[in-house]
Design a binder for this molecule. Structure first.
Ligand SMILES: *Cc1c(COP(=O)(O)O)cnc(C)c1O
Length: 414
């Protein structure tokens, strides 16, 4: 028989979370989470908090889309909500250049499958109406690739990840949007990794009708909260006409709890599902922090700190193949090729939470979400250099950290 004594209280250590996500949650967010009183999901301050979050989200995402709100859960919850308008038999062109856009492609293949296509291979369906354009690992999806595929297939929907976190690549969102406009495809975008890290306004990309992100990357709000989504009127009209097969993640129905009814803001939300006062409080504080910092400054900080990290690991002989500013994806020097997984496992065993790539080829991913200061970058660089030396490299850690010091001094002076 198991009882409480069989399982002592779970203690989870504090690690150096230097992966692709989740990022280090701001202490103020955790305080807001733990400091909220117990209140139900229709209590006035909880509802007011959701309305305020909605308005902050619109500013944060740079949009006038009324249908901008949070979907309870993680990135995949928001993506599922956004993709729910894709119905069996719909034509879709998907651009995949890594793990996450690969899973997005799977989601879209599931949603666009007919019953027969789904039953034929239910966990990995291959519907005739979906075209997946595979772009090799380590490369970006370019505007030319999108233009060529959309002009050939003329789909109802087109999909791309803005930043592909699997390979650390930034894809051409402007080229994607332009091609969608030109070929009258409705663009859907996975902005899980870019929101809160890149300085952009979604309303600048008129070809995109749906955006979905997550709480725990650029927003720094891990306590399971809300995945931001933003949907244009065209998207909502299309959805209203076709319907979709979900209640919980139904974009129109879910929006009601955020005070969005029939395309308009109303004073307070109506019940859709139970919301947690803790989550609303945390999400609200995360948005306040992000807005106070400003996207432009955040984006600059990421660019500066990513450059410091990339310069340091390059000086160790590693080859960086990513161009995201929150994440460095690298291969070890030729003499250590193939030992990436071993090195990652050694680091993780010591509470240094870096990641391997999740699809081939095996590379190392080091992220800097909410680690935007000299001390954090120096610790990452030092621990990584040590891990390389532990498998037999000869990294001069002192020289590398001296280089870092120069990088930080130079801009402080500038
Ligand atoms: C992290 C990530 C996801 C998945 O988000 P979860 O919060 O794990 O559900 C999807 N897409 C991209 C691009 C990501 O980086």
């Amino acid at each position: 028989m198991t009882n409480a004594a069989t399982f002592p209280q779970l203690v989870i250590p504090n690690t150096l979370a230097a992966g692709p996500g989740p990022g280090n949650t701001d202490a103020r967010v955790l305080q807001a989470y733990a400091g909220a009183g117990i209140a139900d999901h229709m209590q006035p301050d909880v509802l007011r908090g959701m309305i305020e979050c909605k308005h902050m989200l619109r500013t944060f995402m740079g949009t006038a889309n009324v249908y901008t709100f949070g979907v309870a859960g993680t990135g995949w919850s928001g993506l599922d909500c956004m993709m729910s308008a894709v119905m069996p038999g719909d034509t879709v062109v998907v651009f995949a250049n890594g793990t996450f856009s690969g899973i997005d492609a799977l989601t879209l293949r599931m949603k666009a499958s007919t019953r027969e296509e789904l039953a034929a291979d239910s966990l990995n369906p291959q519907p005739a109406s979906v075209t997946v354009i595979d772009v090799p690992h380590g490369q970006s999806v370019t505007g030319e690739i999108v233009e060529a595929a959309l002009s050939e297939h003329k789909p109802k929907w087109a999909f791309m990840a803005h930043w592909e976190t699997g390979s650390g690549r930034i894809n051409d969102i402007a080229g994607f949007s332009d091609a969608c406009l030109k070929h009258d495809a409705m663009g859907l975008v996975d902005a899980v990794s870019s929101l809160g890290v890149a300085d952009f306004a979604i309303d600048d990309y008129k070809g995109v009708v749906g955006w979905a992100s997550c709480p725990q990357k650029g927003l720094l709000c891990l306590p399971l909260t809300y995945a931001p989504v933003s949907l244009t009127d065209r998207y909502i009209q299309t959805l209203r006409a076709s319907g979709c097969y979900t209640y919980a993640n139904h974009p129109i129905m879910e929006a009601r709890h955020w005070g969005i009814v029939d395309g308009h803001d109303v004073e307070k939300g109506t019940y859709h599902r139970t919301h947690s006062g803790y989550a609303v409080s945390a999400f609200h504080e995360a948005l306040r922090i992000n807005l106070a910092d400003g996207l432009a400054k955040r984006a600059q900080d990421y660019i500066f700190h990513e450059k410091a990290l990339t310069t340091a690991v390059t000086a160790m002989g590693c080859e960086v193949t990513s161009n995201m500013t929150s994440l460095v994806v690298l291969s070890l020097p030729p003499a250590f090729a193939g030992r990436e997984m071993e090195l990652v496992q050694n680091c993780r065993a010591q509470g240094f939470g870096i990641w391997p790539t999740l699809s081939a080829p095996v590379q190392i991913r080091i992220g800097i979400l909410n680690l935007l200061n000299q001390a954090a970058i120096t610790e990452i660089v030092t621990r990584f250099g040590q891990a390389m030396n532990d498998i037999g490299a000869d990294v001069d850690i002192a020289a590398i950290t001296a280089g870092l010091e120069t990088h930080f001094q130079s801009t402080m002076a500038a």
